[in-house]
Design a protein around this ligand. Structure first.
Ligand code: ADP
Length: 389
């Protein structure tokens, strides 16, 4: 049978042209697969390496439908794409990775948590509130106990969609909208499990990683692989991620963010049906990367059996606080001399505080060694701007 790869007309539509798209394109170039990218920014990182780039709004129904109508498959790299357009494309026989049904659940934190509850997937308990007025009313009449974690259903951005609420005053600067109040988990570790599930239901799971958060920015700073947990806990994390993937029947990638509580419970925090920051180090640490697996799913090629080749640590390289404007990399030459590190720059011309501008993956004899190198690299490279201080 003639495979997709021999068909020169085969092409994939990629919705979103950020760094995830850019890394996906790097894989596609290896197999010479045609990828067309849609992104609203003229400056989108994934323009380079795309066969065709169109500046346009992936949230707009007509734009998405038109852009993808001649494609053989659709891939997303951001959750906020127009899901009705994906559904319309599926009805016309264009497969989407993830399927529109999966994206519709994950796009909204309330639907996601409700799904966990319906499917008996272990996750922290929660209460839904229609708006801030009803949330505040429930706090003042005592029916909503404190503390809790407030999460907006949809529309959270840059860490502004999640906040720990300890008293009524903490609700003053929240975004308006339907929200959930989640019980606060006493977190021991935050673990990420990325897996791929193909159209036949075959699943391949990457080793669980540990995500370390930056103390001030609500953002992952380091990702460590493998995570420093027992084999038994690691297997439980993988099994939980697999059961989530099977329940939701994802096709493509699924990143499952987990909490290990101080009491030893393993709870699902949230899902992402796309390449994930916690899977970037699979490029250097594994025989197949998350991007490679996604491409294989999309092209109906067999998924790679995953092997961890080395210990690794990834550090996100973000814009230094206080600097906005044209990016300038200070200390690059020194940073590049840190042994066993690979730098990935996303090609963004403008920096701002904590904007993800690139990442570095370090490998090592053990995770302590790898983390040390990633940290050293990060401390040597400053991402600033001369425009505004
Ligand atoms: P985002 O979509 O912004 O990534 P998350 O739901 O992942 O939001 O929450 C961001 C962070 O907030 C988590 O990584 C975790 O550190 C903390 N967090 C989220 N939910 C809880 C919870 N129920 N209990 C304790 N901390 C939480």
């Amino acid at each position: 049978m003639n495979h997709i790869l021999s068909n020169k007309n085969f092409n994939i539509a990629l919705l979103g042209g950020g760094q995830l798209g850019k890394m996906f394109l790097a894989e596609a170039r290896k197999l010479d697969i045609c990828i067309n990218v849609l992104d609203p920014s003229a400056d989108a990182p994934a323009q380079l390496g795309a066969n065709h780039f169109q500046q346009g709004d992936f949230k707009d129904f007509d734009t998405v439908l038109k852009f993808c109508s001649e494609s053989n498959a659709v891939v997303i790299e951001i959750e906020t794409v127009n899901v009705d357009a994906l559904e319309a494309l599926e009805k016309r026989g264009v497969p989407c990775f993830p399927p529109s049904r999966v994206l519709r659940i994950i796009q909204n934190k309330i639907r996601q948590k409700t799904f966990f509850k319906e499917k008996n997937i272990s996750s922290s308990s929660f209460i839904i509130h229609k708006n801030l007025k009803s949330l505040r009313h429930s706090i003042s009449n005592g029916s909503q106990s404190l503390p809790f974690v407030w999460k907006i259903g949809e529309g959270g951005y840059d860490g502004f969609g999640v906040k720990v609420i300890k008293n009524e005053k903490d609700t003053e600067d929240l975004l308006e909208g339907e929200c959930i109040a989640e019980s606060l988990v006493d977190i021991e570790k935050e673990i990420g499990v990325v897996l791929a599930r193909d159209t036949k239901g075959e699943i391949r799971v990457f080793p669980p990683v540990e995500m370390e958060f930056h103390a001030n920015a609500n953002q992952v700073e380091f990702v460590i692989c493998p995570s420093d947990i027992s084999e038994e806990i690691s297997n439980k994390c993988k099994d939980l991620a697999i059961s989530v993937a099977e329940s939701i029947e994802v096709q493509g990638l699924l990143a499952v963010e987990l909490f290990i509580s101080k009491k030893g419970e393993i709870l699902v925090n949230e899902l992402a049906p796309r390449p994930h920051n916690s899977g970037h180090l699979t490029i250097e640490a594994c025989n197949v990367s998350q991007f490679d697996q996604l491409l294989r799913c999309t092209c109906k090629l067999p998924l790679g059996k995953i092997e961890l080749l080395t210990n690794a640590a990834m550090a996100n390289l973000v814009g230094e606080p206080g600097y906005h404007g044209s990016v300038e990399f200070i200390g690059l030459k020194d940073a590049l001399q840190v042994h066993r590190t690979t730098l990935h720059l996303y090609g963004k011309s403008q920096t701002r505080p904590f904007r993800k501008m690139g990442h570095v993956t370090a490998t090592g004899r053990n995770i302590i060694d790898a983390r040390k190198r990633a940290k050293e690299f990060k401390s040597l490279l400053k991402i600033q701007s001369r425009d505004h201080k």
